[in-house]
Structure formats: structure tokens, C-alpha cells
Design a protein. Structure first.
Length: 528
């Protein structure tokens, strides 16, 4: 707003430039959903290494394929991942509780998260607290020490209180600060009794006599739960409203790749879940990496089975066959594992090295930690599967196992889809998400020519930066992209309705899927 001059002199005004830089979003944040040994449930937890996964979710586990997929993601160049742990409680006679329960004298406690890991929790209480302050009841403070017997982690909480409303009220402190336990039931009437001190040379966390700690007894032991089901765990009633199962990802700000490792007994995923996951990915501008069913043990089974996969979404892509890798939990015996994690890692590696517009395939797309494949494929077999939109994993000298296909499930030649190729679709999703987030400032601005000029300036700068990086076809910006926002795109009727229309176009790079070399003999030339 212009300054109102009141006195003779010099006035300074800062004039807005109209530049609002649009930053490109991340392109390879991978989301994984499934069972894990430990960790929070129905919460998207961001990790940045497999070490994080081991610390929070327990690492590789014989009860789930999730850990192996996450391991492959990081082996092949993955960066950031989002993990959603699902837990299916036991039911019926003799069912164990989901969370381990223990009692420290008068104090009821339970494990913070479901699983057998909680059965190894132990607790000690001592009364070496600070002096009482004004208004604090005598014998109301105590210290609590918790040990996770599985990892050896120890948590200590000092000067806890059993008094309601106290700043160190026990249940509130554990809820907000502890990663291991929560309080159950009501606040105890008296603070828990002090734990016995061990005899000289004894470990206070062992089974001493008299007992020097409180532990989980048989009646309070938890289980790792039962196998997951689509209806109860991935898409239960009101899942989208409650943000549970698949829709727990609604609590995550952004993800680009979705992997659902097998959870059924046969090593598969429900086709109806694949359909629902693909639709959700379309809404979230993400790609679903679909794994081949375990029944696909030949090229012909893949050809006949593709029609019953569950989706032909432009935001989904399929890789065949499965990987043969050593299982570290079974003396490194070779077993079959799904490729989604490894392929997601290759997506991330290619994005970092070349850009999202480069197809994540070719001699650079080598599968790290994969000694072999479940079904060896040759060129003619690859030639039968590729036109159907099935991306083949091949073993090719000298690179070894690698990705040799870059089509979406709209890549079947009979669809004649504009979203045939993975890099084209992913580049479009990247631009859409970046512009969606980078134009929020436009909302409620005066809808007239000055605003339209600002929009063209800022989106044009973003698109030109991509052009300079080699993301588009064309030798000039005019050939590579356009940004249109003016009175032709936004009519007076649109203005009256509060609408501003922006049209952005780009010329995508298509991968050189087929390389044709034409060789010809030269006829002898007679020298004059």
C-alpha cells in the first residue's frame, strides 16, 4: 500500500516483484504397507534407512515379506520411505492379547505397540525422588525404569506422580514420552512399591530372588497376531474416514510409489486390493508397483494372467518375474521374493542420477542383491510380454539382473494410451503435484490480468527450469512447453464464478524402446 506522505523528506517503499518460486516435489518417496515385528500400527512412519526400519519395526521377520521389500528398496538406491504397520489380532478361544500386560505392584502397564516383543518388557520402581514441593502429597512421587529385553533399550522417568492434575502425572508422561509402555486402568491410590535391590554382583533385570523387577507373566503375554486380510486390515469398515489400513497414508503429506508386499498364505495380494490401491494412487498422484502372482512360473502364465490382475490403471506398473534371493533368516537358502521393493529403489536411484523423466530401465537399472530370477526370459519371450504392458526383469551380460521394461499397465499396445510409458506418467505426476503445491498463493487473489501475468511468470519459470535440465522434447522452449493463462482461458463468466483457468502443456520424452540399426553394403565405386 502506498505511503501517505505527511512531512517533507524521502520515503521508501518496497514493491513486490511478483516472483513466487515453485519448487519441485520429491519423486521417489516409497510407501510400504504390511505386517512387521513391532512398531506403531496404522500410522505412517517416515524412515531414511534400513537401520531405521530395524530400530522401529524390528527388521527382517519370518512372519512377513514387508521387511525384505524394504531391505531391497535401500539396497537398490532408495532414500525416504513411509511404513504403515498393520496388525490382525487373534480371535477365538485362547486368543492372546495384542499388547503385553504387566503389573508393577499397584500400577497397570501395557506395551505401547502390539506384538510378542512386549513379552520381554521389565520394570523397576524406586523412590529416590526430589524433595516434595508445596501442595504435593507425601509418598506420591516415584521413579520408573523400563527395559526392552529384546533390544536392551532402557527408558527412565523420574519424579512421576499418582496425583491427578500433577505436571508429572504418570499416565500423561508415559503417553507423551515413552516408546515402550502405556498405563492401563485408573491412577493407583498409592504409589507402587519400591523394587528390591539385587545382591552384590547380580543383574537387577534378571530373575532374582527376591524379585528385583516386575515382568510380564503368562496371563499377560501377547502374540504377533494372525495373517492379514483385505477386509479386516487394509480396507476395514470406515477405513477412509478413520484413516486406517491403506488409507492410513492419508496422514502422510506425500508419497510417490506404493508397494503392498504379499500377505496371503500363497505369497499373493487380493486382486480387489490391487484395484483399490490403484484408484487411491490416482487420487494421490502416485504410482502402484504391482508384483506378479506366485502362480506365474512361466511366460505363458503371465500372458494369460495379466487380464485378471485387478487393474489396468495408468498409475500402476507390473514387473515379472520374481526375484531369487538368499533368506538371511533361513541360513541363506534361496527363496522367491517380490520385486516391488527393488524396483522402487531403482526408481529412486534413476531419479537421483538422471531425473524422473528417464525410464528406470536399461543397463543402468541393475538389481543389487539379486543373484537370480525365478523365470529366465529370452528376447522372443520378452517380445511377447512387452506389448501386453508386462515389464520384464532379465539377466543380461555384463550387467546381470536388471529391469528391461518401462511401461504402465496402460502400456498394452491395444490401448493406444498416451500414458503408455512409466517416465511420461511419472513426469506428469511430478509436474501436477509441484504446480498444485506451488500455486496455493493464487487462491483469493484478485482475478484479473496482473494475476494472470504472475501465474504465467512463475509457472513458466518452473517449466523452463525443467526444459534446461532436459526433461522435454524440443530445441526451444516454444517447442518444449507452454503456459497459457489469460482472457481466453478465463472468461468473464469464469471470473464471475471465482475461477481462474491455467493451461500447461509439455512435450514429453519417450524412451527409445526399440533401437533399429540398418546395415547396407556399399557398391564398389569406379574411380574416374
Amino acid at each position: 500500500m502506498p505511503t501517505s506522505p505527511t512531512y517533507p523528506g524521502v520515503y521508501i517503499e518496497e514493491i513486490p516483484s511478483g516472483v513466487r518460486t515453485i519448487t519441485g516435489v520429491a519423486t521417489s518417496i516409497a510407501a510400504f504397507i504390511g505386517r512387521a515385528h513391532r512398531g506403531p500400527t496404522n500410522e505412517p512412519i517416515t524412515i531414511n534407512s534400513f537401520g531405521d526400519f530395524e530400530r522401529i519395526f524390528g527388521g527382517l521377520w519370518v512372519g512377513s515379506s514387508l521387511g525384505f521389500a524394504v531391505r531391497d528398496f535401500y539396497l537398490n538406491g532408495g532414500g525416504q520411505a513411509i511404513i504403515v504397520r498393520l496388525y490382525h489380532a487373534e480371535s477365538g478361544t485362547g486368543a492372546k492379547p495384542a499388547q503385553a500386560e504387566l503389573t508393577a505392584d499397584s500400577l497397570g502397564l501395557e506395551a505401547a505397540d502390539p506384538g510378542v516383543w512386549g513379552n520381554k518388557l521389565r520394570v523397576r520402581v524406586d523412590h529416590t525422588t526430589r524433595p516434595l514441593q508445596s501442595g504435593e502429597a507425601a509418598d506420591s512421587l516415584f521413579n520408573l525404569t523400563i527395559r526392552d529385553g529384546e533390544t536392551g533399550a532402557i527408558e527412565s522417568f523420574r519424579n512421576l506422580s499418582i496425583t491427578a492434575g500433577h505436571p508429572r502425572q504418570i499416565d500423561k508422561v508415559l503417553l507423551n514420552e515413552s516408546q515402550l509402555v502405556r498405563m492401563t486402568g485408573n491412577l493407583p491410590a498409592a504409589r507402587p512399591a519400591k523394587s528390591n535391590d539385587p545382591a552384590a554382583g547380580n543383574d537387577p533385570w534378571e530373575d532374582n530372588q527376591p524379585a528385583t523387577n516386575y515382568k510380564v507373566v503368562a496371563a499377560g503375554e501377547a502374540s504377533d497376531g494372525a495373517a492379514l486380510t483385505k477386509a479386516d486390515d487394509f480396507t476395514p469398515a470406515n477405513a477412509e474416514t478413520n484413516k486406517n489400513g491403506l488409507y492410513a497414508l492419508a496422514k502422510a503429506d506425500l508419497f510417490n510409489l506404493l508397494c503392498v508386499p504379499p500377505y496371503l498364505a500363497g505369497g499373493n495380494v487380493d486382486t480387489s486390493l490391487i484395484s483399490e490401491a490403484a484408484l487411491y494412487c490416482e487420487r494421490r498422484r502416485a504410482m502402484l508397483l504391482v508384483d506378479p502372482p506366485s502362480e506365474w512360473t512361466t511366460k505363458d502364465q503371465a500372458k494369460s494372467g495379466i487380464a485378471g490382475l485387478g487393474t489396468t490403471s495408468k498409475n500402476a506398473t507390473l514387473y515379472f518375474p520374481r526375484l531369487r534371493q538368499p533368506n538371511a533368516l533361513k541360513e541363506n537358502q534361496l527363496e522367491e521374493f517380490v520385486p516391488c521393493g527393488a524396483v522402487a529403489g531403482i526408481f529412486a536411484r534413476t531419479d537421483a542420477q538422471r531425473g524422473v523423466w528417464k525410464a528406470p530401465a536399461g543397463l543402468e537399472a541393475t538389481l543389487v542383491g539379486v543373484p537370480g530370477l525365478s523365470v529366465p526370459l529370452n528376447d522372443p519371450e520378452n517380445g511377447e510380454l512387452n506389448p501386453l504392458g508386462i515389464n520384464c526383469l532379465r539377466v543380461m551380460a555384463p550387467a546381470g539382473p536388471l529391469v528391461w521394461g518401462a511401461r504402465t499397465l496402460q502400456g498394452d499396445d491395444r490401448f493406444a494410451s498416451e500414458w503408455k510409458y512409466v517416465p511420461v506418467r511419472r513426469l506428469a505426476l511430478f509436474i501436477e503435484e509441484s504446480l498444485y503445491r506451488g500455486t496455493q498463493w493464487v487462491v483469493f487473489e484478485p482475478n484479473d490480468a496482473p494475476l494472470w501475468a504472475q501465474i504465467r511468470l512463475n509457472i513458466g519459470a518452473f517449466m523452463h527450469n525443467l526444459f534446461r535440465q532436459g526433461a522435454f522434447q524440443g530445441q526451444t522452449p516454444q517447442e518444449a512447453y507452454f503456459v497459457k493463462c489469460d482472457k481466453e482461458t478465463t472468461t468473464q463468466a469464469d471470473i464471475n464464478l471465482g475461477i481462474v483457468n491455467i493451461v500447461v502443456g509439455f512435450a514429453p520424452l519417450k524412451p527409445a524402446e526399440f533401437v533399429i540399426i540398418k546395415l547396407q553394403q556399399m557398391a564398389g565405386q569406379i574411380q574416374a
